[in-house]
Write a protein that binds this ligand. Structure first.
Ligand SMILES: Cc1cc2nc3c(=O)[nH]c(=O)nc-3n(C[C@H](O)[C@H](O)[C@H](O)COP(=O)(O)O)c2cc1C
Length: 211
């Protein structure tokens, strides 16, 4: 692992990471495959990740994926229980790089927009915004209520990035993985991580090419 810093911490396998760590949180919206794809790509790049999975997300994972929850946990470096408000990343003094909530349910969106840190995911989002770190939410719901849109506006006004699970079709995707990569590539671009996930639009040939 790159830049891995090992210090003493009793609760989490004696590991504390440097501020390069990317936290991925999976909440109970449809589209949990986006999170699995993102975790795979980050792991392949050798980047450090912490993972949170909400209780509702565990149910959605059982509906939507062949992968088990343990399979998904194994894609990350450290797994944190979302019910546990004592997780080290819930403190502002733990310096992680960014938090990506993917997919993000309307419930988690609302909690974050209104500062309601009732579980480790929403608390870590509070920390991310108050410490002015990068927060990316990948909401999934359709159609949207006015309050959903207002909640997105609130977070956007605070500097959070709303990156809806809306893959484009102009790159003529041939597989679900390509559609997942569209969103993963957009996330990596915001994190300024060089990647080949997102193909660049070439308007001269109307064909897509890799970055
Ligand atoms: C199979 C399944 C699919 C769901 N899909 C969505 C969804 O796409 N968007 C959403 O906002 N909520 C969805 N929900 C409802 C959320 O899981 C529910 O609001 C839950 O309380 C969210 O909790 P969390 O934000 O802590 O994960 C779904 C629930 C189930 C069981």
């Amino acid at each position: 692992m790159k830049n891995l810093k090992r210090l003493l911490n009793k609760n989490y396998n004696d590991l504390i990471f440097e501020d390069t760590m990317i936290i991925v949180a999976i909440t109970g919206a449809s589209g949990v495959s986006y999170a699995v794809r993102l975790l795979r790509v980050l792991k392949n790049m050798g980047l450090e990740t912490g993972l949170l999975i909400s209780e509702a997300a565990k149910t959605v994972i059982e509906y939507e994926l062949y992968e088990t929850i343990d399979d998904i946990k194994n894609l990350s470096d450290v797994y944190y229980e979302s019910k546990d408000l004592t997780v080290p990343i819930a403190s502002g003094s733990f310096k992680f790089d960014s938090l990506i909530i993917i997919p993000c349910s309307m419930k988690t969106l609302s909690s974050i927009a209104n500062g309601y840190g009732n579980n480790a995911i929403t608390r870590v989002a509070d920390v991310t915004l108050k410490e002015r770190r990068k927060l990316i939410l990948v909401p999934r719901e359709t159609p949207l209520r006015t309050v959903h849109i207002k909640n997105m506006l609130k977070i956007s006004e605070e500097g959070g990035v709303i990156l809806p699970a809306m893959p484009g079709f102009y790159n003529t995707p041939e597989s679900i993985d390509e559609m997942l990569d569209f969103i993963v590539g957009k996330i990596l671009n915001i994190l300024k991580i060089k990647n080949t996930q997102l193909k660049q639009w070439d308007n001269k040939t109307t064909k897509m090419k890799n970055n």
